[in-house]
Design a protein around this ligand. Structure first.
Ligand SMILES: Cc1ncc(COP(=O)(O)O)c(C=O)c1O
Length: 476
């Protein structure tokens, strides 16, 4: 295996900032903040050789924290049924699973009587809540209100219940005013809003939005899939009624998500998964449903997913917040400044009043004039070993409104990232601008892939690169 060295363009990029600034950036973000599993994997390059994989796709799924991987190995020997056995391992598994609720509740600053329900992911959590909206005399008591900037997970579950949507204004201030105007119309039961845009990384003011919803008698659910891996959230302090997030974006990619929030709606709502564990008593022709988390957690729960999610929250909670934010902000500001210097590259954002320092998470959205986003992503992967996301990010209404109906590119990063990841991306784009593509690319199953690709995956991943399948949410 040969290892490609970082191209000279990287040094050029580094030279684009002053030596003092480069030193400052390197001190803050030259290294990962926390160790993650797989940080040194080598990606095969289309023209031969290997290079360290620069993972700029944390926003889709983040790698496991090394602490979390170690914890998984530690508890795995004790894995057994949860809530169903008197045996030693079952008792331990049950204890770990139930304790995970307390850890997650603490992590989000939950109220003592909040429910903590383990789900598959954020999508599952929001669908669960959609089944628990309040009714009076068999009729929903109000509409769900949401913005057009939402990920489909916080858009589609509400389309099955009475709902209204609001087009976000060009500013956050204007968007709050637009939501207020809609709330003033009355009959809103729930405001569903993202904590941070998965498309642009811009943060929404959830405390102010909670106060706004409550002023008009509505509750608020925050889709924290993107926010939770980047900012501490305190639902008691911010008066958030419901919060949903996913383990796989929070450095615990073992299949669990969570919904935390007020118990009354959840205990009165339709059980999310009818089956074993969700009942007090079942008869041949009837059932008395359980209350509490069990009501919605039918079937054998994902104990390892919940346990590792909880362990990841402990690691994130232990980070020095100043260093954490400085690390991420350094990579982001360096990347944005570098992108803005490259001819034909446009960085996208939704709101003109977003504070570039404190109002964003480690997500940057951009496009390259003259190139399809999917082609740029394929090029960066094949020729530079850089992984990022292209497409419409499961946010079709927003991409359409931003004038990007065929998609754009998204670089996203987190605690396992380092400045060099951003440098590698910038170097690849600069080379694209200077010399164009270094290989032929074709469209295969809806995705751009290198032509005549002879690279192989490890033996346990049988597809050859480029034929792994089209990305969901990419097609029209
Ligand atoms: C803001 C946001 N909400 C919801 C989701 C859905 O998360 P999951 O796929 O874990 O259900 C995502 C995933 O990208 C997201 O970014």
């Amino acid at each position: 295996m040969t290892t490609a060295t970082v191209s000279p363009a990287v040094q050029n990029t580094a030279a684009a900032v002053s030596a003092a600034r480069a030193g400052e950036l390197a001190a803050v973000a030259g290294r990962p903040l926390s160790a993650v599993t797989g940080a040194e994997i080598q990606a095969p390059l289309i023209q031969g050789g290997h290079i360290r994989y620069a993972n700029l796709d944390y926003g889709a799924s983040a790698p496991a924290l090394s602490v979390v991987s170690a914890y998984l190995n530690e508890i795995l020997p004790y894995y057994a049924s949860v809530h169903r056995g008197a045996g030693y391992a079952s008792q331990i598994s049950t204890s770990v699973y139930e304790n995970a609720r307390n850890i997650v509740r603490d992590f989000v600053g939950g109220r003592p009587d909040d429910s903590v329900i383990f789900t598959r992911n954020t999508t599952d959590s929001l669908n669960l809540l959609a089944g628990c909206l309040p009714h009076r005399d068999g009729q929903p008591t109000g509409d769900v209100l949401y913005l057009d900037i939402e990920h489909h997970a916080n858009l589609l579950p509400w389309q099955g219940v009475p709902h209204r949507s609001v087009v976000a204004a060009p500013t956050i201030t204007g968007t709050i005013a637009a939501l207020r105007a809609e709330l003033q119309q009355g009959q809103v039961s729930l405001l569903a809003v993202t904590g941070a845009s998965n498309v642009t990384g811009e943060i929404l003011p959830i405390r102010a939005l909670a106060a706004l919803a409550h002023e008009y008698g509505a509750r608020i659910v925050v889709d924290a899939a993107q926010l939770a891996p980047h900012r501490r959230i305190n639902i008691s302090a911010d008066d958030i009624d419901y919060l949903a997030f996913s383990g796989h974006k929070l450095y615990a990619p073992f299949g669990a998500g969570v919904l935390v929030g007020r118990t009354d709606w959840l205990d009165a709502g339709t059980p999310h998964l009818a089956g074993g564990g969700a009942v007090r008593e079942a008869k041949l022709d009837g059932v008395s449903w359980a209350t509490g988390p069990a009501r919605h957690e039918g079937g054998s729960p994902n104990v390892l997913g919940a346990a590792t999610l909880a362990r990841a929250t402990q690691v994130i909670a232990s980070l020095d917040q100043e260093r954490w934010h400085a690390h991420e902000a350094a990579i982001r500001s360096y990347l944005v400044a570098g992108l803005q210097k490259i001819d034909g590259v446009t960085v996208h954002q939704i709101f003109s009043d977003t504070d570039p320092g404190t109002g964003t998470i480690g997500v940057v959205n951009f496009s390259v004039a003259g190139y399809d986003a999917g082609l740029v992503a394929a090029y960066l992967s094949a020729e530079h070993g850089v992984g990022l996301r292209d497409g419409r990010f499961c946010a079709h209404p927003l991409l359409k409104r931003l004038g990007l109906p065929s998609g754009s590119l998204r670089a996203s990063f987190g605690v396992g990232s380092r400045l060099e990841d951003a440098e590698r991306l910038l170097a690849g784009l600069e080379q694209l601008r200077r010399t164009g593509l270094g290989w032929d690319y074709v469209v295969d199953s809806g995705r751009w892939v290198p032509a005549n690709d002879t690279r192989t995956y490890p033996h346990w991943a049988p597809n050859t690169p480029g034929t792994a399948g089209a990305a969901p949410c990419l097609d029209d």
